[in-house]
Design a binder for this molecule. Structure first.
Ligand code: NI
Length: 210
């Protein structure tokens, strides 16, 4: 077990397009150890996902864990196809962009093709939170951060976000109508999502690619 150092915004590795993983590399002890370390690092920092460039490895690998019941999902060389026009707004944060939150609108329904850490092809249709987290992590493989896609009028430091809640709700005057406390604001945050948003995580294998 090893906890890897997390790259922070400003490090060039976060802005590079990561290299595909040669499938023959997947079964090697070195690659499997990297997968273990990536997962350990995600757990250490309570992330819902972590991408290899965030630990200074510019390769197309990420891991997600949307609920404890489902466990971790490794995505190697993932390819996303957007399905439909619907979008969902979540407040996102990132282990590489510490102490910031902002609202990001992303497609709500996607198809995902990837190799698992066993090297087997996987094919999913994802909706809701699962689709959002997957897009956030896959963006890292293309050198894209959530702040590139966010509604910049909602950008907030984490402590101010916890104090005031989501800014778009504040603008709409809704914040007073909520319970208004820290918990509500946090329920929309990224850090707390694995448990809070389980109901939204529709991660259903639709078919196995051959
Ligand atoms: Ni991130």
């Amino acid at each position: 077990m090893a906890i890897l150092k997390v790259a922070r915004m400003g490090h060039p590795v976060l802005r590079m397009v990561a290299e595909p993983v040669p499938p023959e590399l997947i079964p090697t002890a070195e690659f499997q150890r990297f997968c273990d370390d990536l997962l350990d690092t995600m757990h250490e920092y309570d992330g819902a996902g972590l991408a290899a460039p965030q630990v200074h490895e510019s390769i197309r690998v990420c891991v997600l864990e949307l609920s404890a019941e489902r466990g971790p999902e490794f995505l190697i060389n993932p390819v996303i196809t957007v399905l439909g026009d619907e979008t969902r707004r979540y407040y996102e944060g990132c282990l590489s962009v510490t102490d910031l939150r902002a609202a990001v609108d992303r497609p709500a329904h996607i198809r995902l093709e990837a190799l698992g850490r066993d090297g087997e092809p996987k094919h999913y249709e994802l909706k809701g939170f699962a689709a959002i987290v997957t897009q956030h992590e896959c963006d890292h493989l293309d050198g894209v951060l959530f702040i590139d896609r966010c509604d910049t009028t909602t950008l907030a430091f984490l402590d101010e976000y916890r104090r005031w809640g989501p800014l778009d709700e504040l603008v709409d005057g809704d914040i007073e109508d909520d319970d208004g406390d820290e918990e509500d604001a946090e329920a929309l945050g990224w850090d707390e999502l694995p448990s809070e948003f389980t109901e939204d995580a529709e991660l259903e294998p639709t078919e196995v690619m051959q």
